[in-house]
Design a binder for this molecule. Structure first.
Ligand code: ATP
Ligand code: SF4
Length: 320
């Protein structure tokens, strides 16, 4: 069997604030295969964005990668120098951040921004080839060729976000991380941009980590789902299996709290509050809210283990 595209091992990312260390990502390990679209879900503050920023090596003080490995296609991203990481970005790894459209340079035409981005990442194409590539990329995200000559302020939010998607695939990276790529857009535009991303993912066989709160949206567009809670990975598995038979009590509650027609689309939420990551609970970090917790849960951290083929869970119910 070939090695996975991505192997994250015991990753720890802490924010060192006056009151202590906020354990935003705490001992997270998982694998991801080539060509897979994986959704990373969890309530606000569970560590999803920190995970994405760590993979891009964009954690800023007071944050710090405390330890662990992130092996992408055989290279441990944690150990790369700044310059090696700059080369890796876009060429091997690209990110569509939250509100990416605001990252476009307001005083530069779209084609220049896209060409400069490719040159910056050592594209071997000639000037003419780069111009042609811009047209090809714009077409791939369903934008008119005229967009190349426009400035960002002449584009709608959805169009700008499409430009950012085009830029992220420009160098055909091994992995794209999209952090709530459509959250700043209205619902209809969100759906259209997501459809474009989905189509591109299938057409180009992209490997993608899609971060979001919305389990319902994930159900429709990812192959695998990874569930985080309070800085830890709770469950990973194939999307259909996760929805049909969620094994972790937190995943079960996330799915049960999804709006359904019978309750008129009301999002019920999960009872209780997320723990402080400055001082997380002993044992299973979810025990303070878990309806199935027992004594052992307060004492021992459950291991994250493969309980079925491709299904990983951190819960004593399945591993004790
Ligand atoms: P959301 O869905 O709201 O974006 P998230 O799951 O992406 O949330 P993160 O933004 O990664 O979660 O935050 C994880 C934890 O790290 C939270 O407790 C947050 O308060 C903390 N955190 C994030 N950035 C910083 C920072 N710069 N300084 C201190 N703590 C931080
Ligand atoms: Fe609930 Fe215990 Fe499983 Fe944690 S380990 S999710 S507290 S049953």
């Amino acid at each position: 069997m070939s090695a996975p595209l991505l192997q994250v091992r015991n990753l720890k990312v802490y924010y060192h604030v006056e009151a202590g260390a906020v354990k935003a990502v705490d001992d997270v390990s998982f694998d991801m295969d080539f060509g897979v679209k994986m959704g990373l879900v969890g309530e606000s503050g569970s560590g999803k964005s920190t995970m994405a920023l760590a993979m891009m090596r964009m954690i800023k003080p007071p944050g710090k990668i405390e330890g662990g490995q992130m092996i992408l296609n055989g290279t441990d991203l944690v150990t790369l120098t700044e310059e090696q990481m700059r080369q890796t970005k876009l060429r091997n790894l690209a990110m569509i951040p939250q509100g990416a459209m605001n990252s476009l340079n307001p005083v530069m035409r779209i084609d220049k921004q896209m060409v400069d981005g490719m040159i910056d990442h050592n594209s071997v194409l000639s000037r003419d080839e780069l111009k042609a590539r811009v047209q090809e990329l714009l077409a791939s995200v369903d934008l008119d060729p005229k967009v190349a000559n426009m400035f960002p302020h002449q584009l709608s939010g959805g169009m700008k976000q499409r430009v950012c998607v085009a830029m992220s695939i420009a160098m055909e990276p091994d992995l794209i991380i999209a952090d709530e790529p459509t959250s700043a857009l209205d619902v209809v535009i969100q759906r259209q941009v997501m459809e474009t991303i989905n189509r591109l993912q299938v057409k180009l066989g992209l490997s993608m980590i899609l971060i979001g709160h919305d389990m319902g949206l994930m159900a429709q567009c990812v192959d695998r789902v990874a569930v985080m809670y309070a800085g830890r990975m709770m469950e990973i598995g194939e999307t259909r299996g996760i929805f049909r038979e969620p094994l972790h009590p937190y995943t079960q509650l996330l799915i049960e709290s999804l709006p359904v027609l019978e309750n008129k689309g009301v999002f019920s939420g999960i009872p209780g509050i997320t723990p402080s990551l400055l001082n997380p609970p002993e044992g299973c970090v979810f025990h303070t809210r878990c309806p199935k917790a027992w004594d052992l849960c307060k004492e021992r951290i459950p291991q994250f283990v493969e309980v079925q083929s491709g299904r990983w869970v951190a819960c004593h119910l399945h591993t004790a």
